[in-house]
Design a protein around this ligand. Structure first.
Ligand SMILES: *Cc1c(COP(=O)(O)O)cnc(C)c1O
Length: 397
């Protein structure tokens, strides 16, 4: 039986806080503290180095990867965990370019997250083979895929506007043109239903500290389509991607499967936290989640449009084209978000003028949405944001 949403009792949420930032850092699921305490006290504390075997620390990237795989429509054994998303982007892109040595264009869009673009720029400069990063508007991606495109590298849901690409359509366009498709699912995994397997894309990557609630610094994931993995030559050829790490051979020989995308020692504590955090998804139906997300997001948009005419919607009005966040433009957006945070309503700000609200139906309901809009309207109507302490930028927005 799928659980009916929300399932607030599965999370530790501070009293009185309305948390609209689960798209940036998910809250703490119950069970994580106990798991971490067990792993630290019983495993690390008592087993020490034996933990790699008796507690199967070495198998965590695979077992946790399989749990993530279920949430993104990927088959067993096609996802592994580790490192940060930026690293996984680099690995996927480097492999993709090697798959298409005669093509020099990496196609991405202006809505992509800067780190993905930066990693591409660094890789291009390192390879020094005349590759070009071509950045087009999100609406123009499908028509910009050409026969010189080596890889199409996109984040499905735009981190600022929440605009969502049609993953299947663009993947098909890429495949028709012979380009390799890389999806970044940072704002999709745990937010919208994803069916990687039927899409046919070669690579997908994502992080787990956003909608998957794995905690700050939780490891990233990478998916490689099973029929191409054995032909990839990993550019980050670390020992744990080797076919036999404990043979300590002098020459790199990649593991036959997705394990070749592993690099070094897994972050056991973070993986254990993530593993426990993923338990909340066990009886969640992703289609129910999506329906609730759209219902809450539409309510949020309607309420804001009625009560806060100062704001301009930055997200698509049509839910089918939106991920699980809603954003608004406002010149003083940064200060408004700070004033909301002072009222215990947590959203965030993205330069230049975007106020961003994550709509996460696991722990938000209609009352939270209406209360949040009430606070937002008060902050705007009373110009509560117009105070020096709210205008002063902090290091992390
Ligand atoms: C959050 C996010 C990142 C962050 O990368 P890290 O290496 O985990 O810091 C990268 N790309 C996208 C698209 C993101 O949304």
């Amino acid at each position: 039986m799928p659980l009916s949403l929300p399932i607030k009792d599965k999370f530790i949420l501070p009293d009185g806080m309305i948390y609209l930032d689960g798209n940036s850092l998910g809250p703490l699921p119950k069970g994580v503290q106990q798991r971490l305490s067990d792993v630290v006290t019983d495993q690390w504390g008592q087993h020490l180095i034996k933990g790699w075997n008796v507690d199967d620390w070495m198998g965590l990237p695979m077992s946790v990867g399989n749990k993530v795989a279920r949430l993104i429509g990927a088959p067993e054994g096609s996802v592994t965990m580790g490192d940060t998303l930026s690293i996984k982007v680099f690995q996927a892109l480097a492999s993709a370019l090697k798959m298409r040595p005669d093509r020099k264009v990496i196609l991405s869009d202006s809505g992509n997250f800067p780190s993905d673009l930066y990693m591409a720029q660094g890789l291009i400069s390192h390879m020094d083979q005349g590759h070009e990063l071509r950045i087009v508007e999100p609406e123009d991606v499908a028509s910009a895929i050409t026969y010189d495109t080596a890889a199409v590298m996109l984040t499905q849901v735009d981190y600022r506007t929440g605009r969502m690409h049609d993953l299947h359509h663009i993947t098909q366009q890429a495949r028709d043109a012979g380009a390799v498709m890389i999806w970044d699912l940072a704002h999709s995994a745990g937010a919208v239903p994803v069916d990687l397997q039927s899409s046919g894309c070669e690579f997908a990557v994502g992080c787990t500290y956003k909608y998957l609630n794995g905690g700050p610094g939780a490891p990233a994931f990478i998916y490689v389509r099973p029929d191409v993995v054995s032909d990839l030559s990993p550019v980050l050829s670390g020992w744990l991607g080797h076919d036999a790490p404990f043979a300590f051979e002098p020459t790199y020989r990649p593991a036959p499967d997705i394990e070749r995308m592993r690099v070094g020692t897994p972050s056991v504590l973070q993986l254990a936290a993530l593993d426990a955090a993923l338990s909340v998804w066990e009886d969640v139906d992703m289609n129910d989640l999506r329906a609730a997300s759209l219902r809450l997001s539409d309510l949020f948009i309607e309420q804001v449009q009625q009560r806060c005419p100062q704001l301009t919607l930055a997200s698509p009005r049509n839910g089918g084209q939106r991920g699980s966040q809603v954003s608004f433009h406002f010149d003083h957006g940064y200060a408004v978000i700070q004033a909301l945070i002072a009222r215990n309503v947590i959203g965030d700000f993205r330069a230049p003028d975007i106020m961003r609200f994550g709509i996460t139906p696991l722990y938000l309901d209609e009352d939270d949405i209406c209360d949040a809009v009430g606070h937002l309207a008060d902050v705007l109507d009373n110009r509560e944001w117009d105070k020096p302490e709210f205008r002063k930028p902090k290091g992390v927005t």
